[in-house]
Ligand binder design. Structure first.
Ligand code: G4P
Length: 282
């Protein structure tokens, strides 16, 4: 598999993000809770440097709860501030302001001691495509303001979005690219829709999905496709053939693969996490 990571794109995105950083107190780094490592930009530390940061593990409604808890602790132990989030959910999004105040506690106290009038926290949202940046901005602003798309930052006519009296956000998110030279990272990103799946063969992706679910979520797989325990001991291509047959696709494995990937993305196979905490931390 030859997936390229374009340094030119990265340099441009980096420049654009660096310019915006000057205007904000804090960065909200959005990552996909199902991919807490693979959906991070590896150069983010260099780009953000010492600007205060709150990591938002978004789409936590789709992720495996026990894995999310492990990852939250992992980031905390590294001294990072982190929140599991569902950008579509009001109650979840409301946690962002108190969490940001906690990150900026020292600055807020310093400003107070200097007699400065308290002002809204200024923030920007940063992350790779598809992690929910526009969804979060739209939700915070209560209207559709940020266009969804996969192109690195567009800065023209930049505005602040107000969220109550305590938070202001730059209306365009910083878009960074994932680094997917590692084939398994590429597969994980493609499965969740973060990179285009036409870069990979659909059946490769579907087989990878089956491998993960046989291993970590066998009950969810059995329930969705009416499989028996014995079925799960088959070789993966055979299992794909069986599911294809059960769904009436006969030998059209491409269609069966497409269906498997779509249903995974739609959450029909239940919650899952592809970056396994135990594999990265043994
Ligand atoms: P981006 O700006 O970072 O590229 O991501 P965007 O907000 O466009 O979100 C990508 C997809 O993820 C959207 O789905 C969006 O609805 C979904 N999403 C974002 N946050 C959450 C979340 O917390 N939970 C869940 N379950 N989904 C989330 P889509 O199918 O591409 O678009 P749409 O049909 O939902 O509009």
């Amino acid at each position: 598999m030859t997936i390229q990571w374009f340094p030119g794109h990265m340099a441009k995105a980096r420049r654009e993000v660096s310019e915006k950083l000057k205007f904000v107190d804090i960065v909200f780094e959005l990552i996909d809770a199902r991919l807490p490592l693979s959906s991070r930009n590896p150069m983010l530390d260099q780009i953000v440097q010492n600007k205060p940061r709150l990591i938002l593990l978004n789409k936590s409604d789709l992720a495996d709860l026990s894995q999310t808890n492990l990852w939250v602790n992992y980031f905390r132990e590294q001294g990072q501030h982190v929140l599991a989030l569902t950008a579509k959910d009001d109650k979840s999004v409301k946690q962002i302001v108190p969490a940001s105040k906690k990150v900026l506690a020292d600055k807020i106290t310093r400003d107070k001691e200097r007699g400065l009038k308290p002002r809204a926290i200024r923030a920007m949202v940063l992350g790779i495509p598809n992690v929910g940046k526009s969804t979060l901005l739209n939700h915070l602003a209560g209207k559709k303001v940020a266009s969804t798309g996969n192109r690195p930052g567009v800065t023209k006519g930049q505005q602040w979005l107000r969220f109550g009296s305590q938070l202001e956000l730059l209306d365009t998110p910083g878009i960074l690219w994932p680094k997917f030279e590692d084939p398994s990272v590429g597969k994980k990103l493609a499965l969740t829709g973060a990179i285009k799946d036409d870069l990979l063969h659909l059946d490769d992706l579907a087989l990878y999905e089956l491998e993960i679910f046989c291993r970590f979520y066998p009950e969810q797989l059995k329930e969705r496709y009416k499989l028996t325990q014995d079925d799960l001991f088959m070789e993966l291509p055979e299992l794909l053939m069986l599911i294809s047959e059960k769904r009436g696709f006969k030998e059209d494995y491409e269609r069966a693969s497409e269906m498997l990937i779509l249903e995974l993305r739609q959450g029909r196979l239940g919650r899952f996490t592809l970056d396994r905490f135990e594999e990265h931390n043994d």
